[in-house]
Design a protein around this ligand. Structure first.
Ligand code: BG6
Length: 508
């Protein structure tokens, strides 16, 4: 709708670029996301000299803070940072006010003009929505009304960064998109899924498309099944109120799991830029079969944790957590059996599972290959062997391992599964797990949208999960309980056992 520059095509995932001068305006500056993720990510970029000298931050929120109070938070959230960060923070400004109020924007405009004049931000703007989702639409409408959807004088861009949840279901996601698109062009919008910022998620692209050995076997002819596990040992912590309305399917599957799955299963892009990669991702998402609500019941398991033991400490059940209803039917665990209807993956089950209060924090993609067509080691101990498995470990201890059978030394022909391992930290020592935010903030600044989620991806991901939400909307909705510290409800094993499969057991 607007004429503002926004060049989301970007340079792609392969090149680094200098960030331009700009003012970053954070709505929700006194909130959790700002202090836990955005400020530490900015400190990380500042420390590594990745921010332009014409860079500053203006925080906006309803909390009555002064500039100084906002700056104190910025310093506190990056305790190891040097004087470089402290110097940058001393420029930060803060606007206390209602998000859509004219006075808020009057003050914001003053501060932006001041930033252009004193700090050389050159009319370039990024507006980051770090608020609760309920006010997304309101802030976006206000930004357009106050002409903040175009660059300031002499500027090249005005961009919007927005963080999930993008809606609550397909209908609300479409409505939110409509509101945003009335204010910003798609190429001005940077939707964050922080999993896309993780090194090892990006490494899926490197593994698949920079090596000759994997792609020829990356299909139904060689791969028997795919599994994606996103396990967390934490509970809902202080986010009970939010989680009650979300649940594991919305919180993790609709976004993080779908993104990892799309990168793992998509076709090879003809270029590593925003258009090509996102086109392939959305094509893959469109080929995931959408079940009817009845089929959904049969292909999914939802669970909720009860009291148990995690990391040797007793923990309460979900229903005892703060902000959670005593009779809550929200799922903290979900397992699905998906299928991809295209030539590459037809007939290959894709199992995904995620849960809170599982035995550990681990995210893995597992590709299990077919068994050999004929086992010549008749009468030996070989049949116990698991088929070959390639494990892409996203976190922690990021790496890749290939599991295969080897002969155990000795007189008998006993075979055992062994693994070839690549560990990120061993090969690239000193690399820190940044959680993804520094990379994503950097890319939003340089205008590279490759790792951000396009509106058609968001909507397609909702189309995939919506039938489950509908199927579960009945009271109780087929909820199964599991003690905290276990791998979810037992019935989730049956989802695989029906086809003779079983869950891969991640190493802790
Ligand atoms: C967030 C979810 O998107 O991802 C949280 O809202 C979850 O519930 C978190 O804990 C997991 O992220 P990570 O990077 O720790 O795997």
């Amino acid at each position: 709708m607007t004429t503002a520059a926004g060049d989301g095509a970007g340079a792609g995932v392969v090149e680094g670029a200098e960030t331009p001068p700009l003012a970053l305006v954070i709505f929700g500056a006194s909130g959790d996301l700002t202090s836990r993720k955005i400020l530490p990510a900015l400190a990380n970029l500042a420390e590594r000299g990745r921010l332009h000298e014409g860079f500053t931050v203006i925080g906006v929120a309803r909390t009555e803070w002064s500039d100084e109070e906002f700056r104190q938070v910025a310093l506190k959230e990056a305790p190891g940072a040097s004087r470089r960060w402290a110097k940058l923070v001393s420029r930060f400004r803060y606007v206390a006010g209602e998000y859509a109020a004219t006075e808020t924007f009057d003050r914001l405009r003053e501060l932006l003009a001041e930033a252009d004049e004193h700090h050389g931000t050159k009319g370039n703007r990024i507006y980051y929505l770090a608020t609760i989702p309920d006010v997304f639409a309101m802030v976006v409408e206000a930004l357009a009304k106050e002409s903040c959807n175009v660059p300031g004088t002499g500027g090249d861009f005005a961009r919007l960064v927005i963080e999930k949840p993008f809606g609550h279901d397909l209908e609300s996601a479409v409505a939110l998109d409509r509101t945003i698109h009335a204010a910003f062009d798609e190429d001005q919008i940077y939707r964050i899924d922080h999993y896309m910022g993780k090194e090892t998620v990006q490494n899926v692209l490197a593994l698949r498309f920079a090596n000759a050995v994997f792609e020829p076997i990356w299909n139904r002819r060689y791969i028997e099944q795919v599994q994606i596990t996103v396990a967390e040992s934490i509970g809902v912590e202080h986010r009970g109120g939010f989680y009650e309305r979300a649940g594991a399917l919305r919180d993790i599957v609709q976004n993080h799991v779908m993104q990892v799955l799309a990168l793992t299963l998509m076709e090879a892009p003809t270029g590593m830029d925003a258009h090509h990669i996102r086109d392939e991702k959305v094509k893959l998402l469109r080929s995931i079969a959408i079940p009817t609500p009845d089929e959904a019941v049969d292909r999914a398991v939802r669970g909720q944790y009860t009291a148990g033991v995690v990391d040797r400490a007793p923990v309460p059940g979900y229903r005892e957590e703060d902000g959670v209803a005593p009779e809550s039917a929200t799922e903290t665990y979900v397992a699905l059996r998906l299928s991809v209807e295209n030539w590459r993956w037809a007939g290959v089950p894709v199992y995904v599972r995620t849960g809170k209060r599982l035995p550990g924090r681990v995210t893995e993609v597992v590709l299990q290959f077919h068994r050999v067509p004929f086992l010549a080691f008749e009468g030996t101990l070989a049949r116990r062997l698991r088929p070959n498995v390639l494990v892409l470990r996203i976190q922690p201890d990021e790496g890749i391992s290939l599991h295969f059978g080897a002969k155990v030394p000795g007189e008998t022909f006993e075979l055992e599964s062994v693994a070839m391992q690549f560990g990120y930290n061993q090969v690239f020592p000193g690399r820190e797990e940044s959680g993804g935010y520094p990379r994503l903030l950097h890319d939003a600044m340089v205008g590279d949208a490759t790792l951000f989620i396009r509106s058609d991806e968001v909507q397609q991901a909702w189309r995939i999960v919506d039938p489950y939400l509908q199927a579960w909307s009945e009271p109780g909705g087929g909820l199964h309980f599991y003690p905290a510290g276990t791998w979810g409800p037992h019935i989730a094993d049956l989802l695989l056992e029906r086809s003779g499969d079983s869950w891969w057991v991640p190493e802790p």
